[in-house]
Design a protein around this ligand. Sequence first.
Ligand code: ACO
Length: 169
Amino acid sequence: LKFVCYSNDGVDDHMMCLIGLKNIFARQLPNMPKEYIVRLLMDRKHKSVMVLRKNEVEGGIPLVVGGITYRPYHRQRFGEIAFCAISADEQVKGYGTRLMNHLKEHARDVDGLTHFLTYADNNAVGYFLKQSFTKEIYLEKDVWHGYIKDYDGVLLMECRIDPKLKYTN
Ligand code: ACO
């Protein structure tokens, strides 16, 4: 397995990975309009941390196992997770946890972030709780209010990134 972080930078290989991730999001997040998924994935302010099968391709597209798309707000030092999914046949094998750990380390060490916020689907709240997200929001509201969009039927959750912890090995 290989963990990478790509955004829409015009590099062919990165674009193919983003397409592979788009296909996973489209299947695993059926309530999200496909156009919306594509728009955020291709938005240059968003980044995607992905888990790939090393050197494997399928129809020219690198074999993407899953990923998390987020937008860093550098000045406010938090990131909003927009989408998170692992492909159906690879779920509950621990990849979702490893992916989140890579995201936290990347966001802290590369983007300088201290927190994540996400609107969790009801069925994913358990997963986020296991990744140290809380239902309580400790960040001051004026830090994030007006930056992240409001959704219905989903729960806002927060995670503090440990400033020193080594999340990956
Ligand atoms: N509800 C409760 N607990 C869960 C869930 C869930 N939906 N999914 C995983 N867990 C638990 C696992 O049992 C495991 O617990 P353990 O450590 O005690 O064994 C722990 O969370 C981590 O499991 P992983 O195997 O690392 O998780 P996985 O690789 O399956 O990835 C994910 C989790 C991303 C939620 C995946 O199941 C998935 O893609 N689901 C469908 C799409 C989805 O719901 N995405 C989130 C939507 S919200 C958003 O995108 C902002």
